[in-house]
Write a protein that binds this ligand. Structure first.
Ligand code: GAL
Length: 674
């Protein structure tokens, strides 16, 4: 795994470049990103290019054997574009245009923006596409923006709908337009909504708007990827996603990106009910889930930005727990990252992010605390390699056989977690239970699987699944179709262990309820009817009982009425329906299907997974809270996200390559088993 940093030569005096590149190289960093946001510096006037500075910076980096990731600068269009083409600026519902003076002010559907993009990206690709030091390309930066209200975007939405539905009658049906008689008679009448909240308007319309908006960013990304491809050989193409960010579904870019990447800023100070110091260390389930999501497309993934210290934007400038940055770097390693880079090398002395830490303090020469931890990990990686452990960098990912991409070899039992991004949009648009938080719910299940020492693979409804999954958990796949039901049913029927949860299979893919029993398509699988559901007011907690223990719940609870051959796993312990069934399990041909009817607190989800895994005789290892165990290249890696010491479950005779059996707070241990 290589480690590097973003560097913005155009932001610093020319006479400091050599010093900075020397420092980057001497710290052992191997990768620099350049040109992100530097559109104006490369094209100060439309069609007038100025690359001498970038030539020189690339040269300085190459001379120091640094690998270079070039970024297309489209996240920050220059002033001349905004001035000459006001339609390229995002427009809100009141008709107000975004202002020039920051970034992300453009519409991805603007033809002026797209023409200007073609010009700058082609120039860059022609000039640097086959540069031997350039290893890959990052397109844009963190695709996101409010639903644009320019005419070109409305038209693009209409075209997208017409491709999807063909006829306006089909759209009226899919959107249930008989409700309040909101029929359309032509696609030209349809508008892109202003946001995801339908208020009293049509939720199906808003669901399609989310899908379209993600398609729009993906289409803009495709434009750039296609321009780059003829010039760059087999260098990777990537972009940096934000975690669970609703504007861009990474799956929509699966055909255009050859490496998936995200930006990880896990300490924000936004936690509630804080009881210890772990909020300075972040939530390992969030980080692990997003890492594994990135790895789930083609096996190649990287961390593009990794929080190096305090940030400027969270409003709570939490000082990180000692060792946090090092722990995050090793977490990337454990999940198979090809490389990790950080935003940014130097803390700026100016601009909106002047309080944002970098690897260097504002003097440009003193290493920050985060910088020191980067250097430490670089040294530790080297020393592990020097001691004879070969660490794959994953670079050959694209040419590895499909089976090992989906499921890299590991001695830990592999399990699948179904993550269908499409569901996030509808939960947002039509939450029904205000406290329903699908990303948090997914993290609960992720955490429960990780706690049992299982190796988690993120699986998608419509992409190949690894064939050796010992268990699949599908949390609240609310909208589904026959194909997915059959896939899940075949998995269980062939001997798999399937866990479904409340709010699974309630609707078709347009987000309409079935004309039938609640959860109709999954009823034959779970063998129980769902007769009612409950959600509790803010300060009221219900209790659910399993194996003689009670657990709190609040967000959602299905009341179940199973048939005779179904085993009852959990019951509600209070409310007027005390004793009603909350969880079940049944044999399905050669396999087992369990149903967790309650969106409960993580303690219940942990116990549910542990029970199912134990009864299935999976070789699980119950880990302490906030501790994850992973495997990479035959090495076991234990990550301690606690603010207290823990014991590593390394068997007698293990060879420790980093740390020892007793793991310090925020510590990492790596060992080999014989
Ligand atoms: C990211 C962004 C970077 C920088 C960083 C600050 O979201 O991609 O350019 O702004 O946040 O934390």
């Amino acid at each position: 795994m290589r480690i590097g940093t973003y560097y913005y030569p155009e932001q610093w005096p020319r006479d400091q470049w050599e010093r900075d590149f020397d420092r980057i190289a001497s710290m052992g960093l191997q990768i620099v990103h350049m040109a992100e946001f530097a559109w104006f510096s490369m094209e100060p006037r439309a069609g007038v290019f100025k690359f001498d500075w970038l030539d020189e910076a690339i040269d300085l980096a190459a001379k120091r054997n640094l690998e270079i990731i070039l970024c297309t600068p489209t996240a920050a269009p220059p002033v001349w574009l905004a001035q000459d083409y006001p339609d390229s600026l995002l427009k809100d519902d009141a008709g107000t245009r975004a202002r020039f003076g920051g970034r992300r002010h453009y519409s991805p559907m603007s033809s002026a923006m797209r023409n200007a993009t073609r010009r700058i990206v082609t120039e860059m690709a022609e000039r640097y596409g086959d540069h031997p030091s350039v290893i890959g390309w990052q397109i844009d930066n963190e695709y996101s923006g409010p639903f644009d209200q320019n005419q070109e975007t409305h038209q693009a939405f209409r075209d997208w709908l017409q491709r999807k539905y063909k006829t306006i009658d089909a759209l009226n049906n899919a959107w249930g337009c008989q409700f309040w008689n909101t029929y359309y008679t032509g696609f030209a009448q349809v508008m892109l909504p202003k946001d995801r909240d339908p208020r009293y308007a049509n939720p199906h319309h808003h669901l399609d708007a989310s899908r379209f908006w993600s398609w729009a960013w993906a289409d803009f990304n495709r434009l750039q990827a296609k321009l780059l491809r003829p010039y760059i050989g087999d260098r990777f193409v990537t972009t940096n996603f934000m975690p669970f960010h609703l504007d861009a579904n990474p799956a929509d870019m699966a055909e255009d990106l050859t490496l998936f990447a995200w930006d990880c800023y896990p300490v924000t100070g936004w936690e509630k009910n804080i009881i210890d110091q772990t909020y300075r260390l972040a939530n390992p389930n969030m980080i692990g889930l997003v890492h594994d999501h990135m790895a789930s497309f083609n096996g190649r993934w990287a961390q593009l930005e990794l929080q190096p210290g305090q940030v400027n934007w969270s409003g709570v400038p939490v000082l990180l727990f000692p060792g946090a940055v090092r722990l995050w770097l090793w977490t990337c390693f454990a999940h198979g990252a090809e490389f990790v880079t950080t935003y940014r090398f130097r803390q700026p002395n100016f601009g909106t992010e002047l309080f944002h830490h970098g690897l260097m303090n504002p003097d440009g020469v003193t290493m920050s605390e985060g910088g020191k931890q980067f250097v430490r990990v670089i040294d530790e990686l080297r020393s592990i390699e020097d001691r004879g452990s070969r660490i794959e960098d994953g670079k050959s990912g694209a040419s590895r056989p499909q089976s090992s991409i989906l499921n890299p070899p590991s001695s830990l039992p592999a399990v699948g977690l179904l993550f269908d991004f499409d569901q996030l949009w509808y939960f947002k648009t039509l939450p029904q239970a205000r406290k329903w938080d699908q990303p948090v719910w997914l993290q609960s299940w992720y955490g429960a699987l990780a706690r049992s020492g299982l190796q988690i693979r993120i699986i998608h409804p419509d992409r190949p699944w690894p064939d050796d999954l010992k268990m699949i958990v599908a949390p609240s796949v609310q909208m589904l179709d026959e194909t997915l039901v059959k896939r899940l049913s075949d998995y269980a029927g062939d001997g798999g262990n399937l866990i479904l949860t409340c709010r699974t299979g309630l609707m078709d893919r347009s987000g309409q309820l079935w004309r039938g029993l609640v959860g109709k398509p999954i009823l034959p699988l779970i063998g129980t009817n769902i007769t009612a559901y409950d959600g509790l007011p803010d300060d009221l907690w219900g209790s659910v009982e399993m194996d003689g223990k009670e657990y709190p719940w609040q967000v959602w609870g299905d009341l179940l009425e199973p048939s005779n051959e179904v085993e009852v796993l959990a019951r509600y312990a209070d409310q007027f329906y005390r004793g009603a069934i909350a969880g079940t399990r049944r044999v399905h041909h050669k396999g087992v299907v369990s149903y967790c009817g309650v969106y409960a607190e993580p303690s219940f989800v942990d116990a549910f997974v542990e029970k199912i895994a134990r009864d299935a005789n999976l070789p699980i290892t119950i880990l302490p809270p906030r501790v994850h165990l992973l495997e990479r290249d035959g090495l076991k890696i234990l990550l301690n996200y606690q603010d207290a010491a823990v014991e590593a479950p390394a068997p007698e005779g293990s060879q420790f390559l980093l740390g020892s059996k007793s793991v310090e707070p925020a510590g990492v241990v790596i060992w080999k088993e014989n």
